[in-house]
Design a protein around this ligand. Sequence first.
Ligand SMILES: [Zn+2]
Length: 409
Amino acid sequence: MSQVAEVQQAGELSQASDSVIPTVVAPSSAGALFQLLRDGRPRTRADLAAATGFARSTIAARVEELLGIGLIAPTGPSSSTGGRPPATFAFNPETRSVLAVDVGVTHARVAVTDLNGRILVQHEQELDITSGPENVLDAVAETAEGLLASVGREIGELLGAGVGVPGPVEFDTGRPTSPPIMPGWDGFDIPGYLRQRFPVPILVDNDVNVMALGEHAAVHPDVANMMFVKVATGVGSGLISGGLLQRGAQGAAGDLGHIAVPDGDASLCRCGNVGCLEAAASGPAIARKLRDQGFDQLGHAELLDLVAEGEPKALQAVRHAGRQIGSVLAGCVNLLNPSVIVIGGSMALAGDQLLAGIREKVYSRSLPLATQHLRIVGSSTRGRAGVLGASALVTQQMLAAERINALVS
Ligand SMILES: [Zn+2]
């Protein structure tokens, strides 16, 4: 290869969207020390010196810096063995707020949280994603301003805003990329538009990634390898591997819905292929199969009602959809070896039958080693995974060591 070609290729590589530029953070910096304090446990300066091995004078200087930006606060004296008890400090999650927005196809949920993802106030409203980005984002922004006012928080106190939308997103720019069910949103600068009213960092990702982050942060923080599967109008997943959300090269990782179902039928999918999981096992697909069996006028809500009433044909259809999802997930389990799979989305409200079908196929089709400690569970965030994840998206990024160091310098 010529030298010019080599240089060109290196340039292309460095511009690839999944390139990783490692950031060096001094272990004795305020940002690094803060990561230790994020668990919320009160510690003395001596505790911090013992935990890090750094000199007391270094620790004292870093504690002052973190007190100065309000991220830690005094928590009172520790119990001590005589003399003046030493002061303790802990993470102060109340110091700033996060705006968390979960935009769906027919509704949005907006919340204000503290820096631990605790929801201070939230509101759910109906909207139509097809009415376009300006209409949807204006409605969401108006709700957000009202919620902030209701808890006495200023826009200037926001650490940032996180937004989940129901389509693929280029994470670095926050722009949707060819979202199939969001006409008018392709390439729209969501952060730029929202910054006119909220001049803070704004992070946007697709809804399933955001839900995965939310379920992980709120329910499974110690699980390093987790899949969140959303079964609703579509079927998709968010992958957490090695403790980190995996977006893939183009932000398309986890798109389960267009994997072909083994032994599936030849239903035409909206993507143009036949036999996709989404065309077989999503909420609309299940409803369509029941309509074919004589259940007229059956929409999503009526389907959930039929399941709740225990209509055998509905239970059978949901269970069968569970098996189809499970047979695709079995391959994912072999590939990724998660220890927890969480099933969420509106079809998860159909409960036991869907989970039972999924478990049946995953446990019978995956390798024994991969399923040895695997748990397949329903979502336990009751519809709040999206806003919890939007909040986590912001705190994970904005409370990282290098960001804190930039704040204190
Ligand atoms: Zn498809």
